[in-house]
Design a protein around this ligand. Structure first.
Ligand SMILES: Nc1ncnc2c1ncn2[C@@H]1O[C@H](COP(=O)(O)OP(=O)(O)OP(=O)(O)O)[C@@H](O)[C@H]1O
Ligand SMILES: [Mg+2]
Length: 260
């Protein structure tokens, strides 16, 4: 199993939209995909029409490994399952803090289902926390949506610096632009500048589209209700670019083993 996380300490940049749509695309490509909704807001669970509820809350979920498989729910899409969120996840840091190895606890839990999935996509809350430390430790790649604003790009620079300071592998950072309005000169200029100084930037981006906003109305990935629309095409292109970057081939679907 390969593990992705949609991650950004900034809120409202498209993390959940990315997690949900890429999971849908991955399922369509034959990858057994698990979305873990780690945000107490439960937006990813909502889009997949899964009740945001964990029996016994986050405390119980992280206490025993066997509680994780029990929390998994099927979605209406083939090959896509979800571990729903729960409002108790707002206390996740406190619950993790009392565990023996708090920074790797979530990874240990995920170990119990690794053999059942080709991909896991973790949808994270916009914070820096013990939970995000877990996520950074367990994800093979961080998918980082960036909106074309100075502050958003600054946050990315800070994250990259954190990776350098902690001697983490920067190749695990996959930034891409999200909510892009090509009519705005500032967007165009910031993207060109950033691309010239950041070779790791994915050369595909997600435009600002009302179709993507409408996911909330349909409670579905954009590819479900607007199959050949611009939104679905953008997320398909992103999925192809992510596969190319991470050397996932369509033939990998169904073929990862336990240590993947
Ligand atoms: N490309 C897009 N075009 C237009 N609207 C978008 C796009 N991507 C996301 N949105 C909308 O913007 C809002 C924030 O998106 P999303 O929830 O994916 O961000 P997030 O980073 O997960 O936010 P949070 O930090 O709160 O978890 C949502 O209402 C969503 O529908
Ligand atoms: Mg979100």
């Amino acid at each position: 199993m390969k593990v992705f996380a949609t991650y950004n300490i900034k809120g409202g940049v498209g993390k959940t939209a990315t997690a949900v749509n890429l999971a849908y695309m991955a399922g369509q490509s034959g990858f057994r995909t698990l979305v873990w909704d780690l945000d107490a807001q439960g937006a990813a669970s909502y889009y997949f029409r899964i009740e945001p509820q964990l029996k016994g809350g986050s405390e119980r979920l992280i206490r025993r490994k066997r509680n994780l498989p029990k929390a998994i729910r099927a979605t209406q899409y083939d090959l896509v399952d979800v571990i729903p969120s729960d409002f108790s996840l707002r206390n996740l840091d406190l619950d993790l803090a009392v565990e023996k190895k708090p920074a790797s606890r979530l990874n240990k839990l995920l170990g119990s289902v690794r053999k059942n999935y080709d991909l896991a996509i973790l949808d994270c809350a916009p914070t820096i926390s013990l939970a995000s430390e877990n996520v950074i430790n367990m994800a093979d790649w961080l998918l980082i949506p960036l909106i074309p604003t100075h502050l958003s790009l600054r946050a990315y620079t800070q994250l990259k610096q954190f990776f350098i300071n902690e001697e983490l592998d920067q190749n695990h950072l996959i930034p891409f632009f999200s909510m892009v309005d090509k009519r705005k000169r500032l967007h165009r200029d910031l993207i060109v500048d950033f691309a010239t100084t950041h070779p790791e930037l994915l050369r595909t981006y997600i435009p600002y589209l009302s179709q993507i906003e409408q996911m909330g109305t349909h409670r579905a990935p954009v590819g479900d209700f607007a199959k050949n629309g611009a939104g679905a095409r953008a997320f398909d292109a992103l999925w192809q670019a992510v596969m190319a970057r991470t050397v996932l081939a369509p033939t990998d679907a169904g073929s990862f083993t336990q240590d993947g």
